[in-house]
Design a protein around this ligand. Structure first.
Ligand code: SF4
Length: 234
């Protein structure tokens, strides 16, 4: 056995109720999310675990932002701009996400942003279930390292993967879920998971701007939970 089990191996072998168990399996540097994220990125390596590694990706898009963020956004997967720049949500949808974050009275630098899959699906297709299941344990490890208060799942793929539910967006939106990252334990016994809300993916909002009002309702619910106030319009 290798001296250090990979983050994904830990995520897929540790039982789901690990939050209640002992911390003997935890190998993240306690209390240091920066170091924990570095370990997870090293474990990911030049990943070839799912078919997306050989379908034209230029680079792995790990995630970006504040390692101690109270708020995390999780999307579906990198697009062309993200694949090029190695950062999630940097294209047109990323600009809209930045605007959504600003409307909440905070900045992109304050939050952490990641995706369910870390490699670009060809032609921006929806990631296959197997790809989501193979890649998402690394995201679960990132969530456990960052320990946010709230996660916003952007779009149906993110919501269904994180919640392991197969409901429609209209059924998923409009409420909070209690969320613990599946199969991985936080290094902080005081962190008992977080709230998760679902809203539309910014790329969908670009295609159907009439839904922006609905997305704003979702974000206002999150703002209330985090005690955020929208900036005063002048
Ligand atoms: S999508 Fe995730 S699991 Fe698949 S190759 Fe990329 S990093 Fe690895």
């Amino acid at each position: 056995m290798s001296p250090r089990k990979s983050a994904a191996a830990r995520a897929t072998t540790v039982e789901e109720d690990i939050f209640e168990g002992s911390d003997s399996n935890s190998e993240f540097p306690v209390g240091d999310p920066v170091a924990a994220l570095k370990v997870i990125r090293e474990d990911l390596g030049d990943c070839t675990r799912c078919p997306l590694h050989k379908q034209g990706r230029k680079q792995i898009v790990f995630g970006v932002g504040n390692p101690t963020a109270e708020l995390m956004f999780v999307g579906e997967g990198p697009g062309a701009d993200e694949d090029e720049q190695g950062e999630p949500f940097v294209g047109r949808a990323g600009q809209l996400l930045n605007n959504m974050i600003r409307a909440m009275g905070i900045m992109r630098e304050h939050v952490y942003i990641a995706n369910i899959v870390k490699c670009r699906p060809p032609n921006n297709r929806t990631p296959e279930r197997e790809e989501c299941e193979t890649c998402s344990p690394f995201l679960m490890c990132q969530i456990a390292a960052i320990k946010p208060k709230v996660i916003v799942a952007l779009g149906a793929t993110a919501a269904k993967t994180l919640l392991a539910m197969n409901s429609s967006m209209s059924q998923l939106r409009g409420r909070f879920y209690d969320f613990k990252p599946a199969g991985v334990r936080s290094n902080d016994p005081n962190w008992q998971g977080c709230k998760l809300a679902v809203t539309y993916h910014p790329a969908f909002l670009l295609r159907d701007p009439r839904q922006k009002g609905e997305a704003w309702k979702d974000l206002q619910m999150v703002m209330k939970e985090l005690g955020l106030k929208a900036p005063v319009q002048r």
